[in-house]
Design a protein around this ligand. Structure first.
Ligand SMILES: Cc1cc2nc3c(=O)[nH]c(=O)nc-3n(C[C@H](O)[C@H](O)[C@H](O)COP(=O)(O)O)c2cc1C
Length: 337
């Protein structure tokens, strides 16, 4: 079991946010899955993302080295839909989970916004619909709800992933909102979904900005950010359709756009490098105020060995998207010894 501020993740294996954790049936199946210790929703915006035929995902035809490319943006379902679905699931007695797990499995709600007022409204609605009753008492599942701010989707036209420019808007503004919300409620579990960084100073730059968010609570400095999920997909990549499952036909490229975010096997070494680097830096004297941040290692985990490598690199929790997309919730069983 891994404790991340108020939530407990047991076993420390989860799905990471993706197109296959989007609707009610998919979320219920993930909740019922005994091989995962938390459910992560697809990234929601306040009003829902305008999805169309250019938004797709495809798997490579190399079964042994499962790789994906996708051009998806965010979920077409607005945040309010996720709040309703999660309330329904948590209040239903129909889950096949054992009773003890039924009473503890958390939801990580992935959200994003491009400005501070919108993010503030989204966090407030999570607090008021899921974590607190109208009279301000915590709900029975208040400590099973976490927020993951997605700062790293590479597929949004005209909106580069904010975490690549950490000291500029919109990221600084969004982080300020998270700091304010944490100040109001220090039991709130907040994490950041980070992009794959490719050179050293990028790691220092984001950590310096996050270190600046620390607040004094009872004589100790506490950082509002409780976890990093590393990494999102690697943007601007290209696969030909001959490399994919749908290799027949007249399509030249795997995606119609044709560039997209790379995940799975091909991302694994870069994801391991990101987890390793953050893990080293978070334990260094320079960033001692961030030493409690838990790393959720994501990227190319497709078997037990991959999960072990993630842990060896410094992840306390391991996540997967492509593996889950290909084989469904049962696939998480492959990550156990
Ligand atoms: C089809 C697809 C959709 C995704 N959608 C999201 C998303 O909505 N939000 C997010 O934070 N990450 C999203 N991701 C990224 C995954 O959470 C994960 O970071 C990435 O795929 C690397 O993990 P993997 O190698 O296990 O797939 C998506 C990935 C895929 C393949």
């Amino acid at each position: 079991m891994v404790k991340i501020r108020s939530i407990e993740v047991d076993p420390p294996i989860i799905n990471s946010s993706c197109a296959w954790s989007s609707d009610r049936a998919q979320l219920q199946a993930l909740y019922d899955c005994t091989y995962t210790g938390a459910v992560t929703t697809r990234t929601a915006t306040i009003g829902g993302f305008d999805e169309n035929a250019t938004h797709q995902a495809t798997f490579t035809n190399d079964e042994a080295h499962l790789t994906t490319i996708n051009s998806y943006g965010y979920s077409p379902h607005p945040l309010s839909t996720y709040l309703g679905v999660i309330t329904d699931i948590l209040s239903s007695e129909n889950s096949s989970l054992p009773l003890d797990r039924h009473a503890s499995k958390p939801f990580i709600i992935s959200i994003t916004a491009s400005d501070a007022p919108t993010l503030r409204e989204m966090v407030a609605s999570i607090q008021s619909s899921l974590r607190y009753t109208p009279d301000g008492t915590p709900t029975s599942w208040a400590y099973r709800i976490a927020i993951e701010l997605n700062t790293s989707c590479p597929n949004i036209v005209g909106k580069p992933p904010p975490a690549y420019t950490p000291s500029a808007p919109p990221l600084v503004d969004l982080l300020t909102v998270l700091q304010e919300e944490f100040n109001k409620d220090t039991s709130l579990t907040i994490g950041l979904k980070l992009p794959p960084y490719v050179y050293q100073s990028q790691f220092h730059d984001i950590l310096k900005v996050i270190a600046g968010l620390s607040v004094a609570i009872d004589d100790a400095m506490v950082n509002p950010i409780a976890f990093f999920t590393c990494t999102n997909t690697l943007g601007n990549t290209l696969l030909f359709s001959s490399q994919t499952e749908q290799s027949s036909g007249s399509k030249k490229y795997a995606l119609p756009v044709p560039l997209g975010g790379l995940a799975g096997h091909a991302l694994h070494p870069l994801a391991l490098g990101n987890v390793h680097t953050f893990s080293m830096l978070l334990q260094s004297a320079e960033f001692s105020c961030l030493k409690d941040i838990v790393i959720i290692g994501v990227g190319g985990v497709t078997d037990l060995r991959g999960a072990e490598r993630m842990r060896e690199a410094g992840a306390q929790v391991v996540g997967a998207a492509s593996l889950f997309g290909k084989y469904g919730p049962e696939a998480f069983q492959r990550l156990f010894g």
